[in-house]
Design a protein around this ligand. Structure first.
Ligand code: IMP
Length: 427
């Protein structure tokens, strides 16, 4: 039995979707356990490109059950739209192949308004959120008093009362923060969400109990992480993080499946580094090399379209991500993007206030002043997108991957040299 986890070790967008899609053939169940429609995966399947946000990648494959676990925050409108965009293209999405946890939390319109207002008030210190109401919904989850879970949508009487109370409170606080805002209407929201509830009802189950049965039946299960280890609310570059445990730490809490059930932990790393939104980024390139990587790697956000910040591979940050996630192997993605550069840099240590360290700092102000210490590696000038085995790669590319492996102390099992499935070297 294979119970596998695929998790990003950087600041998200490591091209996890490709690895998840690659492994889906050998797994019957694909589970998302955290985040919401802030995530974006682009997956090529049957010659077509799909952009998924809330739906687990497994939804594209016949015979796979896709599970939206309890740890997610779900915008029902976004979920229904995404489901429709797939059914319009002939992909089956029904109550048998898509399950939604009754414990997942529900995003409401006020979460999205709050996300915008809170970000505006932070001014220069804005987190740079995706504006989807993710953090504000998790805030209510932790606060409990104003939270609504998917299961609550099916208790209409108590939901109506609850929403009246919540919306009155939200109107009060939002008005104080921005007097120009129109108040939200609890009855209208209630009516709208009853419609969503009806449309989603056939998918809603206790996914924890369902997953425990799947484990007992020895089904192969794949856990699909969204974002990456360095955006984890506990272990990432706080406060410039997302609001969930986007490292492997979230698997247990966000699915109910104990960590010890997992027997293969795969960390996905991009051959360079990107970041969207605010926060420190020691190896960021503010020059033409950064722009070159952005152009060649199409580094623009799947969800918001924002240009991603680009920089050299940061082995200090990524090795920390690998340790927190406890990965046994890595997949090195987008190596092809680095062809044509004369010389490459990999950050092997930081200098923080005159001290050399390979420890990843826990405080954002230490990371802000960290100066990267680079190991230089000669570039290669060949196009490598046609490589199919390690020996097809030029010596420079092999040395580059070997350096990542050495610094992360984790073996590489996949090297990706293009978006298609065949553009993958298995080691
Ligand atoms: P939020 O998740 O919308 O609250 O955004 C918090 C931070 O996480 C911001 O810096 C976002 O850009 C970042 N973020 C959220 N989702 C993703 C993702 O899927 N990829 C990369 N960054 C993300």
């Amino acid at each position: 039995m294979s119970v596998t986890s695929v998790v990003g070790l950087q600041w998200g967008d490591e091209a996890k979707g490709k690895i998840v899609d690659f492994l889906t053939d050998s797994h019957a169940v694909v589970v998302r356990y955290q985040g919401g429609n802030n995530a974006g995966h682009t997956v090529k399947f049957d010659g077509q490109t799909y952009k998924l946000s809330l739906l687990p990648t497994g939804i594209l494959r016949p015979g796979v059950t896709a599970v939206i676990g309890n740890g997610l925050v779900v915008n029902p409108e976004a979920l229904l739209n995404e489901m429709k965009s797939l059914t319009d293209r002939g992909i089956r999405v029904d109550g048998r192949n898509l399950l939604l946890s009754d414990r997942a939390h529900v995003i409401f319109p006020y979460h999205i308004v709050e996300d915008r207002v809170f970000e505006q008030r932070r001014g220069d210190h804005a987190i740079g959120t995706t504006g989807r109401g993710i953090g504000t919904c998790y805030r209510d989850k932790a606060g409990r008093t104003h939270a609504v879970r998917v299961g609550d949508l099916y208790h209409p009487e108590s939901l109506r009362d609850k929403l009246k109370d919540i919306v009155a409170f939200k109107n009060l606080t939002l008005k104080a923060l921005d007097p120009s805002l129109e108040p939200l209407n609890a009855d209208a929201i209630y009516a709208q969400y009853q419609t969503y509830a009806q449309k989603l009802e056939s998918h809603v189950v206790d996914t924890t109990a369902w997953l425990h049965k799947a484990l007992k039946q020895k089904q192969n299960i794949l856990f699909e992480g969204a974002q990456g280890g360095l955006l984890d609310v506990d272990h990432g570059t706080f406060p410039y993080v997302t609001s969930s445990n986007s490292s492997a730490a979230g698997i247990h809490s966000g699915s109910g499946v104990p960590q010890r059930a997992i027997n293969r932990m795969i960390g996905v790393v991009k051959a360079y580094t990107t970041r969207v939104g605010g926060g420190p980024f020691p190896t960021e390139l503010h020059n033409e090399i950064g722009q070159h990587i952005r152009d060649v790697g199409h580094e623009y956000g799947t969800v918001t379209g924002r240009p991603r910040r680009c920089g050299w591979f940061d082995a200090v940050a990524t090795a920390y991500g690998a340790r927190v996630c406890g990965v046994d192997e890595i997949a090195v993605m987008l190596l092809d993007v680095l062809a044509q550069l004369d010389e490459l840099n990999i950050c092997e240590a930081y200098e923080i206030r005159g001290e050399r360290t390979t420890d990843f700092p826990s405080h954002v102000e230490d990371l802000e002043v960290a100066k990267p210490i680079f190991r230089k590696i000669p570039g290669w000038k060949q196009d490598i997108t046609g490589a199919r085995k390690l020996s097809d790669l030029p010596a420079g590319a092999r040395r580059y991957v070997d350096t990542i492996v050495e610094l992360l102390e984790v073996p590489a099992k996949f090297i990706s040299i293009g978006p298609d499935r065949e553009q993958t070297i298995l080691l």
